[in-house]
Design a protein around this ligand. Structure first.
Ligand code: ATP
Length: 349
């Protein structure tokens, strides 16, 4: 069950603002979250299974100041974290491990935890995108499949198990009885802009009561579709698959920035109307077609792994910050500023 804002506010009011720590699970974007916090002088806690610890110790500047060793990363020790004065930063692995339990965790969390419930449910996520006026791919009933469609399994699995089908027969051959979504296959260039919405800053690109920043843009490498040309050149045939393996930096033509910023603005404003806002990082997964039209097929209401490409700042943060600014550091900076100004409840739930 969703813990109330009031409960989280009470826990937060017992925190010593100058001793706030940043905590997350050692996975996904943890290196840059810990590194960024270190750059901002904030202590960190890494929730970690014993076997993972050595990986983080291999990167001393991305290693948390202390480890909270757990047997099972899906059971987040909320009480212990609250006792440690820690703010939990949700990332993709944390959302996947904790699932619906995330909503009930009695520990202050960066952002609005309600947004994570909206991203977890594909129906609600599309309602959010549509409320923002963003174009989305058509969703089809299996019997109505009349064009290439991507079939998606439930939950954020990094594209694992997805498959393109073009007819109802093909669908039933592979997905009979399964909990899936059938989505029109978008043709174009994939672009995943990473945003940060700050309700604290009152300058720059004004959105709602604060400012929207574009922190970076990535594109993913997915297996085996993104190496298709090599496979074909080698004379091999294959069934396209979409399992995320890594990310690469994307810089878009400057004239498209207007669409990118306006989409981010619309997503923030729709979030305000639907469930009280989305402070902190978020990402849109889009495809830009040959007419330079954007279509979005997913919102991630938290830091995404594509931000790992630029721990020293991106081709966009360089025009906003004089110091190298990663998404991890941007999060820590916001926590620091909000704590100083007594505004933590604005960015925490
Ligand atoms: P994550 O939560 O990590 O983003 P996921 O399991 O929710 O992953 P999606 O992001 O929805 O998966 O999709 C995985 C990949 O499949 C995308 O990065 C994209 O390459 C491809 N894909 C998804 N939807 C479409 C679509 N409608 N048209 C074309 N390609 C798509």
């Amino acid at each position: 069950m969703l813990v109330s804002r009031e409960t989280i506010r009470q826990i937060l009011s017992s925190y010593e603002p100058r001793k706030i720590k940043i905590a997350t699970i050692c996975s996904h974007t943890a290196l840059q979250i810990f590194h960024g916090a270190r750059q901002e002088g904030i202590k960190t806690v890494g929730i970690c299974t014993e076997d993972r610890r050595r990986i983080y110790e291999a990167f001393p500047l991305g290693c948390p100041d202390e480890f909270l060793v757990v047997d099972d990363p899906s059971k987040i020790p909320a009480g212990e974290l609250a006792d440690m004065n820690a703010i939990l930063v949700p990332h993709g692995s944390l959302v996947e491990y904790a699932g619906s339990r995330l909503a009930s965790l009695r520990v202050p969390m960066l952002g609005n935890r309600e947004s994570l419930q909206w991203e977890a449910d594909r129906g609600k996520m599309f309602e959010w995108l549509k409320a923002a006026g963003i174009q989305v791919p058509a969703t089809l009933e299996p019997d109505k499949i009349d064009r290439p469609c991507v079939v998606k399994l439930a939950g954020a699995k990094g594209g694992r198990g997805y498959r393109v089908v073009s007819t109802p027969e093909e669908f039933y051959e592979h997905f009979e009885g399964m909990n899936v979504t059938v989505q029109e296959y978008l043709i174009g260039v994939r672009a995943y802009p990473h945003y940060f919405y700050s309700p604290i800053h009152k300058d720059g690109f004004r959105v709602a009561e604060g400012r929207l920043e574009l922190i970076g843009i990535d594109r993913r490498f997915e297996s085996n579709i993104d190496e298709a040309y090599r496979t074909q050149m080698a004379g091999l045939s294959f069934t396209p698959s979409f399992t995320v393996v890594g990310n690469e930096l994307l810089v878009m033509r400057e004239s498209l920035l207007s669409d990118i910023m306006d989409m981010g603005k619309a997503v923030v404003e729709a979030a305000e109307r639907l469930f009280g806002g989305i402070p902190g990082p978020f990402c849109l997964e889009t495809v830009v077609d040959e007419n330079l039209q954007f279509y979005a097929f997913e919102i991630s209401a938290r830091i995404v792994a594509g931000t790992n490409i630029y721990p020293q700042g991106s081709p966009y943060t360089i025009y906003q910050w004089k110091e190298p600014m990663s998404m991890g550091r941007r999060i820590a900076r916001e926590v620091k500023l909000a704590a100083k100004a007594g505004k933590l409840p604005k960015i925490i739930y």
